[in-house]
Design a protein around this ligand. Structure first.
Ligand SMILES: Nc1ncnc2c1ncn2[C@@H]1O[C@H](COP(=O)(O)OP(=O)(O)OP(=O)(O)O)[C@@H](O)[C@H]1O
Ligand SMILES: [Mg+2]
Length: 527
């Protein structure tokens, strides 16, 4: 047995030696052009025997070993196919997804796919680890790749169209399954340290939609179209040379659905929401850094912009006024000290945030401001181009009421609707008020009870409003009369003091003359 092994080894040795000798001769004496001819024929021969093309998609790429986007997309794309075909599956936990576990095929499994009648094979392979050394990141060292195999006659279509299709579809599935986030900025003192983030997030699960939103249907349609145009406008924005973002200004009285509208927009477009609390942002640099950390496909919201900061253009005037006050009363400065150091975000900082160079990072962002007092805002802040679309959320009209009645009571029409229509026209009820009255408060409250309740509420509100207007008018008249009275009293006072002044001044003049005379005299003496 040992003898036979030895013989085989020696035979193999001589065979290798012969092969090397032949290769050396071939390399040295064979003419160059003949050699390339032979090589090309060998290639043809192998491709005839094995007419398939293989493409590898490694998991980690680049200098910093970033997880390849293509790999992740392929994994997602194949997860639906492999779960029905492959026998050995692996469950992968996916972050921020509505499907927390994704099944993907295990190593050495193979699944087939078809594209325009062409068949392809996908397999996943592990790259063997070179070092056996201990590692802090064992999972980082286990590198895998997807291998795509197909017949060479389909090369053109599959290399281009099919791979693109897989990547796009994979990404689309990720987006579809993605759990949306509601983020809020952390105060900057918490930014340092290990694994710090500038934004904290929770899962965004607001049920608002455009169907449940009560507003003018034409206006609603317009907003939806605007959103669709924006979200599909990547090429268009690139063509016109504009950053891919859009600003909305939502204004109207409290309880008219501004916040609900933002939630509906996010739900409609499947975007994340970044709720930016400006009062905790220290300065413009921080603002910029926060913006860079936002991802695309997101809505950046600044609620109650008029209250968040004094951005109303009267900033400077007010500051000067404050300074004057401080001079008079140093104690007030001490009290304001804390408040002043809390935020130094300026109007220009905010404008740069909205439409400066930084806003273009990443693209596909919607910026929404809400305010109750649009007239208080600086025109520079809300000019078109910054806030491209101004949306007024107004008091509840009949059309809005019908949406709410459908949502809350499931009624499309009722004999009381006419009364409500007339009453709503004469009063200022917010959709929030109407909704609150429409909501049944117990099991035995039916639609009619709720509608009657609403009618009563509108009547009360109307009466209160009339009373308020009368009261205000009365107060105004009273104030004016008081002012008039004060003015006349002041006049009398002025007259009296004037008379007194004249009298006193008369004496003064005499006195002055006297002193003058004395001075002259004295001066004369001294001179
Ligand atoms: N247009 C509307 N359609 C449907 N529901 C509405 C509408 N407006 C208000 N509501 C109801 O009233 C509640 C308050 O509305 P929302 O918070 O959106 O008001 P807002 O305009 O943001 O008010 P604020 O200015 O005080 O922030 C919501 O929970 C919603 O149920
Ligand atoms: Mg709100």
């Amino acid at each position: 047995m040992m003898m036979m092994m030895g013989e085989t080894w020696s035979q193999l040795g001589s065979l290798i030696a012969t092969a090397m000798f032949l290769w050396a001769m071939f390399d040295k004496y064979f003419p160059h052009h003949l050699r390339s001819l032979i090589l090309s024929h060998t290639k043809k021969l192998t491709s005839f025997v094995y007419p398939y093309i293989q493409i590898k998609f490694p998991e980690f790429t680049g200098e910093y070993l970033k997880r390849s986007e293509a790999y992740a997309a392929i994994e997602t794309y194949l997860s639906s196919k492999s779960s029905s075909e492959a026998k050995n599956l692996k469950a992968v936990v996916v972050k921020d997804s509505s499907q927390p576990v994704q099944l993907s095929m295990d190593e050495n499994e193979e699944v087939t796919d078809e594209f325009e009648g062409m068949k392809v094979w996908w397999g996943v392979k592990k790259i063997p680890r070179r070092t056996q050394s201990f590692s802090f990141y064992p999972e980082m060292e286990e590198k895998r790749y997807y291998k795509l195999t197909f017949h060479k006659s389909h090369r053109e279509t599959l290399c281009g169209k099919y791979i693109n299709h897989v990547l796009q579809e994979g990404k689309a599935i990720t987006v579809r399954n993605r759990q949306r986030k509601l983020c809020i900025n952390n105060p900057s003192q918490n930014w340092g340290g290990y694994r710090s983030t500038k934004w904290s997030h929770v899962t965004f699960e607001h049920p608002a939609s455009f169907d449940t939103l009560a507003m003018d249907s034409k206006k609603k349609e317009e907003i939806i179209n605007d959103l669709i145009k924006f979200s599909e406008g990547k090429e268009y924005y690139a063509k016109i040379g504009k950053a891919w973002k859009r600003g909305y200004l939502l204004y109207g009285p409290p309880g008219t659905g501004k916040s609900s509208m933002i939630a509906a927009m996010a739900n409609y477009l499947n975007y994340d929401i970044y709720d930016l609390e400006l009062t905790t942002v220290k300065d413009n640099t921080e603002l910029r850094r926060l913006l860079i950390e936002t991802t695309s496909k997101s809505i950046i919201v600044i609620e109650d912009i008029d209250c968040s900061l004094d951005l109303t253009g009267q900033r400077k005037k007010k500051k000067e006024q404050e300074k004057d006050e401080e001079k008079k009363d140093p104690a007030s400065k001490m009290a304001k000290g804390e408040e002043e150091s809390s935020s130094k975000v300026t109007l220009s900082g905010l404008l740069n945030f909205i439409d400066g160079l930084w806003s273009a990072c990443g693209g596909e962002r919607i910026i929404v401001f809400t305010t109750n007092y649009v007239e208080k805002l600086d025109p520079a802040l809300i000019r078109r181009g910054r806030m491209d679309k101004h949306i007024e959320m107004s008091y509840c009209g009949f059309e809005s009421f019908k949406v709410l009645a459908k949502n809350y009571l499931d009624v499309d029409s009722h004999e009381l609707f006419a009364t409500i229509d007339r009453l709503l026209e004469e009063s200022d009820m917010t959709p929030a008020d109407v909704a609150e009255n429409l909501m049944p408060k117990s099991q035995n409250e039916d639609a009619e009870t709720c509608l009657k309740k609403l009618i009563e509420a509108i009547k009360t509100a109307k009466e209160e409003a009339t009373k308020k207007v009368e009261e205000e008018a009365r107060l105004k008249v009273e104030k004016e009369e008081k002012e008039k009275q004060e003015a006349t009293q002041e006049d009398v006072k002025v007259d009296e003091s004037l008379a007194k002044d004249v009298k006193e001044n008369g004496v003064d003049v005499v006195k002055d003359d006297k002193t003058l005379g004395k001075e002259v005299k004295e001066n004369g003496v001294t001179a």
